[in-house]
Design a binder for this molecule. Structure first.
Ligand SMILES: Cc1cc2nc3c(=O)[nH]c(=O)nc-3n(C[C@H](O)[C@H](O)[C@H](O)COP(=O)(O)OP(=O)(O)OC[C@H]3O[C@@H](n4cnc5c(N)ncnc54)[C@H](O)[C@@H]3O)c2cc1C
Length: 348
């Protein structure tokens, strides 16, 4: 998005392209169901933008299989009727007969979102960066002189911190960024499965003899560890309640950290100068609401949680419009929303 606005961009990543959560993702791109929360509305707006974006920009890396959203149990199935009026994207209700004809083993009426699908995660990331300089480089320190940022030998006017669950390059504590570790697997199969589905886990359609199963949520893991075949294999057992898994064979395991925010909504915008604010306004901890002071030309793009491939295109557009064209950011994605409460709660 920045490149489209004629900006000169350098991407520094200590592990190379998609070495964080992005490379691990099943990269399903589908709407969110629910009762119209802020997060659901934002997700569905982002979904509508994302599927058009992928179809337009890199259709070869987007597999628009449609996604069936299957209730977890009887109670969940009853809630689906209350969710229906909040389905903002195209959908149909699939009966159990239709589900069975598609190879989905569920007797509950389900939502089918025909425009949803999944990306080839690495393919999309590499394609979007193909005309942009990317260096494998670990940033350990940011410094600024006369309005210019310095990172090692590199200089830039603006810096965007898009470092996922690692967030020690500036004081971002108020954003409450935390990681949720996940394993997923690619399984070979002859199963004729033409649609993808989500229930308590995701099952991809058969694409060139491979079905993606994902992903685990392992909150107790705080730092990246080697991928676990056992965790990925456990997904086959879980999927057996939805599809015929008899010939599924684990071929490749992926793992990584999803970075979520305190309120699960993404984090965009300027970075508040936390040390300055706390020193200048000690009454912040007692509920004072002074004007915010920011780190100059320092921005954040984070908190995409388990839906980075859904959120990223729209949020990248919003952030680039904000930086380049001064277009106001919506308050529900602006990271500022979490600062005052964090101060009031004793910086926790
Ligand atoms: C198992 C799993 C399944 C998922 N499934 C889906 C899905 O189906 N659909 C979906 O939309 N999303 C999914 N996601 C979520 C999606 O992958 C994330 O939302 C996305 O990765 C967020 O991208 P990001 O660029 O913010 O963070 P990341 O991809 O984590 O990238 C952060 C990058 O910052 C780099 N970095 C950090 N610190 C430094 C430093 N000091 N110097 C240099 N580089 C640094 C890291 O090397 C890393 O490459 C899944 C994630 C996981 C882990």
């Amino acid at each position: 998005m920045l490149k489209e606005q004629n900006q000169h961009i350098l991407v520094l990543d200590k592990g190379g392209i998609a070495s964080g959560g992005s490379g691990a993702a099943g990269a399903f791109v589908s709407p969110k169901i629910g009762k119209g929360s802020v997060l659901q509305k934002l997700t569905n707006e982002a979904f509508a933008y994302a599927k058009d974006f992928y179809l337009d920009v890199c259709p070869m890396y987007f597999n628009q299989t449609g996604v069936v959203r299957v209730p977890k149990d009887k109670q969940d199935a009853m809630a689906f009727s209350t969710y229906e009026k909040y389905n903002e994207n195209n959908y149909k209700v699939y009966s159990k007969e239709t589900l069975h004809s598609l190879g989905i083993d569920s007797d509950f009426d389900s939502f089918y979102f025909p425009e949803a699908g999944s990306c080839d995660a690495l393919g999309v990331c590499e394609y979007l960066l193909k005309d942009i300089e990317v260096l494998k480089y670990e940033v350990t320190h940011l410094s600024q002189q006369n309005g210019i940022w310095k990172v090692g030998d590199y200089k830039a006017k603006n810096i965007i911190l898009a470092t996922g669950h690692e967030h020690d390059l500036a004081d971002l504590r108020y954003m409450g960024i935390r990681g949720t570790w996940g394993n997923r697997g690619d399984f070979s199969t002859h199963l004729d499965l033409k649609v993808s589905m989500h229930q308590s886990m995701s099952v991809g359609a058969n694409h060139e003899g491979i079905i993606k199963l994902g992903a685990t949520h392992e909150k107790e893991i705080k730092k990246a560890i080697p991928c676990s075949h056992a965790q990925a294999s456990s997904l086959k057992q879980r999927a057996s309640g939805l599809i015929n898994t008899s010939d599924l064979e684990l071929k490749k395991v992926f793992c990584g950290m999803r970075a979520g925010s305190k309120d699960y909504v993404p984090l965009l915008g300027k970075v508040i100068d936390v040390p300055y604010m706390l020193k200048t306004y000690p009454a912040l901890t007692r509920g004072a609401k002074p004007a915010l002071t920011y780190r100059e030309n320092l921005y954040v793009f984070n908190g995409l949680g388990g839906r980075g491939f859904v959120f990223a295109p729209l949020l990248a557009k919003w952030l680039s419009d904000y930086i380049i064209n001064n277009k106001e950011l919506k308050s529900n994605v602006c990271a500022d929303r979490l600062f005052l409460k964090w101060c009031r709660k004793g910086m926790k």
